[in-house]
Design a protein around this ligand. Structure first.
Ligand code: ADP
Ligand code: ASP
Ligand code: MG
Length: 402
């Protein structure tokens, strides 16, 4: 029999009622496939665990963080396996260490390297349905690790890879991938097919429906994904190779973030190496710098430098900049009320004038653009957070996504 991987997100297993519904979905596949299930923690559980760690310390030990936050999946997996057993099926839960799922990299942000297939294959052959804890792994020294928020998407893709699954279905609380977050814009439309490249950009630029790493892994391993709802039985969205898609739209989707912060250094020396001196200690402290602009220096001596980071890194960034002996500046300015809105689409590669249309549409709504960054298939702008809904709405209309 062919193998299918089914992943259920937090809302899909968010209550006993939901778990019963999900067990029904699993049962419907079990007649035709060997089913491997990956489950997230019940919605809210991971956040609660993280909050508890924060109540102890904002710099809670990374190792203990992983042991703590991986606990959520243990609860949902045992409940789900228990429900399947109750329905007369053979099932059991599997934690990462029992398989094992081996990860590499630092705590909190590890990546799955190897999944040992032996026990799971044997279990599948015996007619069992393994319910596997997503998000977690173990490292070479047997420490429990986690693979980043939303990581069960990656766990599912990696199981599909290692077990050469026929299909990988991501069950979630919306009907698929939409042109923009359907919970933020009512007129958002479900997309039938989307390329890995576009999905990767959308996920990286704030569409949390899929974890970015999972799309990278799916693309590298050519794993076709279907994203669909565990609430209603309707066709979802296929994430697949560009070649498989016929799309006459210039823009496929719009993403936005709500946790960016803007940092401006006024009056830094305008000489070679200065940007490196600013960013080196930030990178050493794992602070991800996103958009960067440097003004031209009017007097040839000094300039202003603006960049964006995640707002949760702001306090750390401030400290690092103020303690940096290799740079001087006149003033440091922060703005936590910014958001990045991005338009994404492979169609823009061959269509001139997309940037102009985006800027004009925003200007007509009197939305000021603070920073711009582009790649081949996306344009991002930083704007005041209060304008985000207005911006998404007008861009959605401008590029005929309704
Ligand atoms: P799960 O718990 O199933 O992993 P997530 O909360 O991680 O679910 O992701 C689903 C959510 O992603 C949706 O409820 C929706 O609000 C949000 N989302 C953001 N952008 C999009 C988009 N373009 N299409 C669909 N959902 C999106
Ligand atoms: N439970 C983890 C989280 O909330 C992993 C996941 O849901 O995919 O981030
Ligand atoms: Mg998710």
């Amino acid at each position: 029999m062919k193998i299918i991987v089914l992943k259920f997100g937090g809302t899909s297993v968010g209550s006993i009622k939901r778990i019963k519904k999900v067990a029904g979905i699993i049962k419907s596949y079990a007649k035709k496939y060997n089913v491997i299930v990956l489950s997230s923690a019940m919605s809210g559980t991971t956040n609660n665990l993280i909050n508890m760690s924060k109540n102890i310390s904002e710099s809670f030990s990374d190792r203990e963080y992983d042991t703590l936050v991986s606990a959520g999946e243990q609860i949902s997996c045992s409940l789900l396996a228990g429900q399947l057993i109750e329905k007369g099926m053979k099932s059991r839960s599997w934690m990462a260490w029992q398989i094992p799922i081996v990860t590499e990299g630092q705590h909190k942000y590890s990546r799955i390297k190897v999944i040992n297939k032996v026990k799971i294959l044997k279990y599948l052959k015996s007619g069992g349905i393994p319910i596997i804890a997503g998000f977690q792994g173990i490292d070479k020294k047997l420490n429990i690790t986690t693979i980043g928020r939303g990581g069960t998407d990656s766990s599912a893709i990696m199981f599909a890879k290692f077990f050469k699954a026929d299909r990988c279905i991501i069950y979630t609380d919306v009907e698929g991938i939409y042109t923009t977050d359907p919970n933020k814009l009512k007129t958002a439309k479900k997309i039938k097919n989307i390329s890995y490249e576009e999905m990767l950009e959308m996920a990286s630029l704030g569409s949390k429906v899929m974890q970015p790493h999972s799309i990278q892994d799916a693309r590298l391993n050519r794993i076709n994904i279907e994203v669909k709802s565990s609430f209603v039985n309707k066709p979802g969205t296929f994430i697949t190779k560009r070649k498989n898609i016929i799309n006459n739209k210039i823009i496929t989707g719009i993403s936005s973030t709500d946790n960016d912060a803007k940092v401006t250094l006024i009056g830094v020396k305008d000489r070679p190496g200065i940007a490196a001196s600013i960013f080196k200690p930030l990178s050493k402290n794992s602070i991800n710098v996103d958009m960067v602009v440097q003004n031209i220096s009017s007097n040839g001596k000094e300039t202003d430098l603006t960049f964006t980071i995640k707002s949760y890194d702001l306090i750390k960034t401030k400290k690092i900049l103020n303690n940096n002996k290799n740079i001087t500046f006149k003033k440091l300015i922060f703005d936590k009320n910014v958001s990045k809105v991005s338009i994404i689409g492979v169609g823009m590669v061959t269509t001139p004038g997309v940037t102009f249309r985006m800027f004009q549409a925003l200007a007509e709504k009197k939305i000021n653009i603070q920073v711009i960054s582009t790649s081949e298939i996306k344009i991002s702008v930083l704007i005041n957070r209060s304008n985000i809904t207005k911006a998404i709405k007008c861009l959605h209309k401008e590029f005929n996504l309704e």
